[in-house]
Design a protein. Structure first.
Length: 625
C-alpha cells in the first residue's frame, strides 16, 4: 500500500469514536487530537472546498503584490535576461553537449540567476517570489535544461538554508552559493522515491559529540556531479522525550563536498533536460559538524516537504513560459501555412487546438502568480495550491507542446524546429518533485482530513450546544444555504465582475457539490477512504479544476475592473474555461457520488492484479482460437 502514513494512523486512532451525530454529521475522518491546529481556519481556497466552502481571501484581488520599486527592479532584470537567452544561450547546443555550455553557465552566474531570492547583503538579488516567478518564466520559455540547473540549485538545493537556516548558517553558506559554488538537494535513494520517509542513509553522532558521521547514497541528484554544498537527508537516532526510547527520524544536514567522503557517479544519460547534470552521490563516513543540522534534529521530513512545497510554484511559472514559446511557434506556422487553398488557422480543428493551448497557458500562469503572491504576503496555507500548480502545469505543458508539434505537422517532428527537445525535456516534470500521482493523493487526502477534523469539531460542539452556539449557528447557516443551492457567500459573487457572474455561479455549484461528496465519502468509507485511490484521484481532479476556475475568475475580474486592453479576451478565456471545467468537476464528482463506476473500478483492479500475478500481459490468442 502506498504509505501515506499519516492518514492511516490518524484515521485508525479515531476509529473508536466513529459515530453519526444527532444532526447526522458524520465524523469518519477524524484525526489525532490537535486542537490548536484545528481551530485555526485554513485560508487556502482548495482546502476549504473540501468543506463545501468558498474561501476567497487568497484569491481576490489577483496577484497585486509588487510595489512600484519592486516592479522597477524586476523590469531592470527582465531585459538583460531576455537578451542573454536571445544572444548567448543556445538550448540546442546545451542539449547536444549534455551540459550547460561554459558561456551560458558564466552568463547565469554574472546575471545573478543563481541567487535570485538570496538577500542582497548575502550576495543575492533579494527578489520575492513574484519577481522570481517572472524571471523563471523567461528561463522556462528558453531552456528547461538551464532551468533545472538553476532550479536544483536554488529552488531546492539551498532553499532549506533560506527557510530554516540559523543566522550563522545563512551567513556562512548563502554568500558561497551566490558566488560560484553549486548546491543540490539530496533526498531520493534507490529504495526511496515517492516514499520519502523511508530513506536509509544514516548519520550517527561521533563519540566526542562534535560530528555526525554520514553513510549512504542518493540517486538522480540534479547538480550532483559538481555541487559543493548539499542539503542531505538521513536517518538519525533520536530520543523520544515522552517514552525515553530511541527511534530513527529523518534529519536534514548541510554537507560540504570538502568534508571528505563525498563522491559522485557519472552523469546519467537521460531522455530530456540533458543539459542538466544528474548523478548518484555517495557518502562514506562523512563527518558533518553538529552545527550543520538544518531545522533541528529529527525534523528532516518536514524540512524536505516544506522545501518542496515552497518551490513547486516555480515549475508552474517556468512551464507557463514554455507554453508561451510553443504557442508562438504553432501560431507562426498556422498563420502562414496554406492548405486546401486556405490558411490553416481558418480551420475549426486548428482553432480549437490554439484556443485550448491558450487557455491552459492562461490558467497555469494565473496559478503561478496567485501562489507567489500569497507566499509574498505571508501565507502559509499554499501547499495544496502549489501541488496542484505543479500537476496542472506539467500536464498542460505536455499537451500544449504536443499540440504545437501536431499543428506544425512533419515540421514539428524535425529536430531543427526545436519542439522535439522541449517535449523530451518536459516529460520529467510529471515525475520529479513529487509525482503527479502522489501529489493528487496528497491533495485529496489532506483536504479530506481537514474536512473530517471540522466535522469532528462540530460533533463535539453538539455535546455542549449552549457553550458552542456560535460555531453551531455558523455551520448550520452554511449548510442551510447549501441546501437551497446558494453555497457561495455573498462576498464571492460581489468580488467577481458582473460580466462573469454566470461563470462564478458554476464555481459555486461545483464547490457545493464538492462539499457534499466529501461528506458522503467520509460517511461511507471512514478510515478506509485512504484505500480508495480510484476515487481520490477523481476528487483531486475536481479540486484542480475548481482551483483553476476561481483563479482565472479572479484574474479576468481584475482585467475587467482595470479596463485592460486584454480584458474582453481574458473574459472569453475564463468563460470558456469555467464552462468546460465545471462540467468535468460535475462528471468526476458524479462518479464518486453515484457509486456507479465502482464495479468498473473493481474490474480494472482485478485486470491489473491478474496481469501482475502473471508477471506480464495475459495474452489471449489474437485470432480467437
Ligand atoms: S526531489 C525529490 C522529490 N521527492 C518527493 O517529492 C517525494 C514525494 N513524497 C512526498 O511528498 C511524501 O513522502 C508523501 C507523504 C506526500 C507521499 N507539506 O505520514 P505522512 C507531513 C507539509 O503523510 P508519508 C526532485 O524530484 C504530514 O502532515 N507537511 O507522510 C528534484 C505529517 O505531519 P504530522 C507534509 O506517508 C527535481 C508528516 O509530514 C507534507 O510518509 C529537481 C508525515 O506525513 C507536505 N507536502 O508521505 C527539480 N507531506 O505528523 C528542479 C507530509 O505533524 C526544480 N507532511 O501530522 C525545478 C524548478 C523549476 C524551474 C526553476 C528555474 C529557476
Amino acid at each position: 500500500m502506498l504509505r501515506v502514513g499519516r492518514f492511516v494512523v490518524k484515521l485508525e486512532s479515531s476509529q473508536k469514536s466513529l459515530q453519526l451525530s444527532s444532526r447526522c454529521l458524520a465524523t469518519a475522518a477524524q484525526t489525532k487530537p490537535k486542537e490548536d491546529a484545528q481551530k485555526v481556519e485554513n485560508q487556502s481556497f482548495t482546502m476549504n472546498i473540501f468543506r463545501g466552502q468558498i474561501q476567497t481571501n487568497q484569491i481576490f484581488p489577483y496577484a497585486n503584490v509588487l510595489n512600484e520599486e519592486q516592479k522597477e527592479t524586476l523590469q531592470m532584470l527582465v531585459d538583460p535576461v531576455y537578451k542573454f537567452f536571445e544572444e548567448v544561450n543556445d538550448p540546442a547546443k546545451n542539449d547536444s553537449l549534455a551540459q550547460v555550455a561554459e558561456e551560458s553557465m558564466k552568463g547565469c552566474w554574472d546575471l545573478g540567476l543563481f541567487g535570485l531570492q538570496v538577500p542582497q547583503d548575502l550576495g543575492g538579488l533579494g527578489l520575492n517570489n513574484t519577481q522570481y516567478a517572472r524571471l523563471v518564466e523567461i528561463v522556462g520559455a528558453n531552456d528547461l535544461g538551464v532551468g533545472i540547473t538553476l532550479g536544483a540549485h536554488q529552488s531546492i538545493g539551498f532553499k532549506g538554508i533560506l527557510l530554516f537556516g540559523t543566522p550563522e548558517q545563512k551567513a556562512k553558506y548563502l554568500p558561497r552559493v551566490t558566488s560560484g559554488e553549486f548546491a543540490a538537494f539530496c533526498l531520493t535513494e534507490p529504495s526511496s522515491g515517492s516514499d520519502a520517509g523511508s530513506i536509509k542513509s544514516r548519520a550517527v553522532k561521533s563519540a566526542d559529540g562534535k560530528h555526525y558521521i554520514l553513510n549512504g547514497s542518493k540517486i538522480w541528484i540534479s547538480n550532483g556531479g559538481f555541487a559543493e554544498i548539499m542539503t542531505v537527508f538521513a536517518q538519525t537516532p533520536v530520543v523520544d522525550p515522552k517514552t525515553g526510547k530511541t527511534k530513527d527520524k529523518v534529519t536534514a544536514f548541510i554537507v560540504e563536498r570538502s568534508f571528505g567522503g563525498v563522491s559522485s557517479g557519472p552523469p546519467e544519460n537521460k531522455m530530456g533536460i540533458k543539459a542538466s547534470n544528474t548523478t548518484e552521490v555517495y557518502y562514506e563516513d562523512v563527518p558533518i559538524p553538529v552545527e550543520n543540522v538544518l531545522g533541528g534534529e529529527g525534523n528532516g521530513f518536514k524540512v524536505a516537504m516544506n522545501i518542496l512545497n515552497n518551490g513547486r510554484f516555480g515549475m508552474a511559472a517556468a512551464l507557463s513560459g514554455t507554453m508561451k514559446y510553443a504557442i508562438k511557434k504553432a501560431v507562426d506556422h498556422a498563420t502562414t501555412r496554406i492548405q486546401f487553398g486556405k490558411r490553416i488557422d481558418s480551420f475549426g480543428t486548428i482553432q480549437e487546438k490554439i484556443a485550448r493551448m491558450a487557455m491552459l497557458q492562461y490558467v497555469t500562469e494565473s496559478m503561478a502568480y496567485n501562489i507567489s503572491g500569497n507566499m509574498d504576503t505571508g501565507s502559509v496555507d499554499y501547499h495544496l495550491e502549489a501541488a496542484i500548480s505543479k500537476c496542472f502545469a506539467s500536464e498542460s505543458a505536455w499537451f500544449v507542446v504536443d499540440e504545437a508539434i501536431q499543428i506544425l505537422g512533419g515540421m514539428g517532428f524535425m529536430k531543427s524546429t526545436g519542439l522535439e527537445r522541449v517535449l523530451r525535456d518536459l516529460r520529467i516534470f510529471r515525475i520529479f518533485e513529487g509525482t503527479n500521482d502522489i501529489l493528487r493523493l496528497f491533495v485529496a487526502l489532506t483536504g479530506i482530513q481537514y474536512a473530517g477534523a471540522h466535522l469532528r469539531e462540530l460533533q463535539k460542539a453538539f455535546k455542549n450546544p449552549a457553550a458552542n452556539l456560535g460555531l453551531i449557528f455558523s455551520e448550520a447557516s452554511k449548510r442551510a444555504i447549501r441546501s437551497v443551492g446558494l453555497s457561495s457567500p455573498p462576498s464571492f459573487s460581489q468580488l467577481v465582475h458582473p460580466e462573469l457572474a454566470s461563470s462564478a455561479a458554476l464555481v459555486s455549484k461545483s464547490v457545493d457539490t464538492f462539499g457534499q461528496v466529501v461528506e458522503m465519502m467520509l460517511i461511507k468509507y471512514g478510515k478506509n477512504v485512504v484505500d480508495e485511490q480510484f476515487l481520490l484521484n477523481r476528487l483531486a481532479n475536481a479540486a484542480m479544476d475548481s482551483y483553476a476556475m476561481i483563479v482565472v475568475l479572479s484574474r479576468a475580474t481584475s482585467a475587467l475592473n482595470n479596463k485592460l486592453p486584454t480584458a474582453e479576451y481574458e473574459k472569453e478565456l475564463t468563460q470558456a474555461w469555467c464552462a468546460e471545467a465545471s462540467e468535468r468537476v460535475a462528471a468526476n464528482l458524479k462518479i464518486i457520488g453515484s457509486g456507479k463506476h465502482l464495479d468498473t473500478f473493481g474490474k480494472l483492479s482485478t485486470i491489473a492484479k491478474t496481469i501482475c500475478e502473471k508477471e506480464g500481459l495475459v495474452q489471449p490468442n489474437p485470432l480467437g482460437f
